[in-house]
Design a protein around this ligand. Structure first.
Ligand code: MN
Length: 291
């Protein structure tokens, strides 16, 4: 087993707003080194680093919009977010919870700060990932998994190093609750100061880390909070060592290696399918959702 080296440590670019409720740093795909293909099947990652939103009577967020051809995964670290979609899926997620929305053939949805959280204001910290679907599942019926913190797989590390929390995939036999359409791992290394953990994924799985809290050494390289560490595909194993109490999001997935035709909220395999998506959206085939 070879060591997987580091391809890049990426410092966040200036944030931008998605709607008025998500102040995000984009890591995939707008960074030139991290285009949609490089982290296949993870085709987008927006990170709302911890940010205080003052009280608001009107919940901040993103209004009704469509998606087709992939999944949106929202991980909440602080604050509460509500989701409703045209297939009847929906719910509120808070600290430690994950919302796994399979748009597949198409949904309309809206994503807002939860009402009470909006009224009180507070710290908000979220990741949103777009996970591509294999061509054969792009037109499946939509789905929704609301995953609570208490549902996660948990593997306690030796010597008080901390734990690995498994959302999807598995870590040393501990499986995560999320159902996925292709082999992928989505996990948190929650490490105490000085804690160390080794991960091992097949070399061809595209792999990256996002430091959510604290600061760590990945192999021998430092990575601080809000930095994104893109791992090379030249080995299986790498080590994360926490220099202080830290949380690191670990992503690793088998590339789909299928053509991508993407525009805005649609991610398909061909231009024809993309045109069809716009046509179906414009003729009301994505259903109805009240604003
Ligand atoms: Mn959306």
């Amino acid at each position: 087993m070879a060591t997987r080296s580091i391809e890049a440590v990426v410092t966040p670019r200036p944030p931008h707003y998605v709607g008025d409720g998500f102040r995000v740093h984009n890591f995939i795909p707008s960074d030139q080194r991290l285009n949609m293909i490089r982290m296949d099947p993870f085709i987008m990652l927006d990170y709302n680093a911890r940010f205080y939103f003052p009280p608001s009577e009107k919940p901040r967020g993103v209004g009704v919009h469509p998606h087709r051809g992939f999944e949106t995964v929202t991980i909440a670290y602080a604050g509460k977010v509500a989701h409703h979609d045209s297939s009847g899926g929906g719910g509120v997620i808070g600290e430690g919870d994950v919302q796994w929305m399979t748009a597949a053939s198409g949904v309309l949805h809206k994503e807002y700060h939860e009402e009470q959280f909006s009224k009180e204001g507070g710290d908000f910290q979220m990741v949103q990932l777009w996970v591509n679907l294999p061509a054969k599942h792009k037109m499946d019926p939509p789905g929704y998994q609301g995953i609570k913190a208490s549902d996660m797989g948990r593997h306690t590390l030796h010597d008080g190093a901390g734990e690995v929390e498994v959302i999807a995939g598995d870590f040393r036999g501990t499986a995560g609750p999320a159902k996925t359409f292709s082999p992928l791992h989505m996990q948190h290394a929650r490490l105490n100061a000085g804690g160390e953990v080794e991960f091992e994924f097949p070399a061809h799985f595209n792999t990256a880390l996002l430091v959510i809290e604290g600061s760590v050494q990945v192999n021998d390289r430092n990575a601080d909070a809000s930095q994104f560490v893109l791992m090379a595909n030249n080995g299986e194993r790498f080590t994360i060592r926490a220099t202080e109490k830290s949380v690191v999001l670990v992503l690793s997935g088998e590339p789909l290696r299928e053509p991508i035709a993407a525009h805005g909220p649609f991610v398909m395999n061909s231009r024809e399918e993309l045109i069809q998506a716009f046509e179906d959206f414009n003729t009301g085939k994505f259903g109805y959702l009240e604003d």
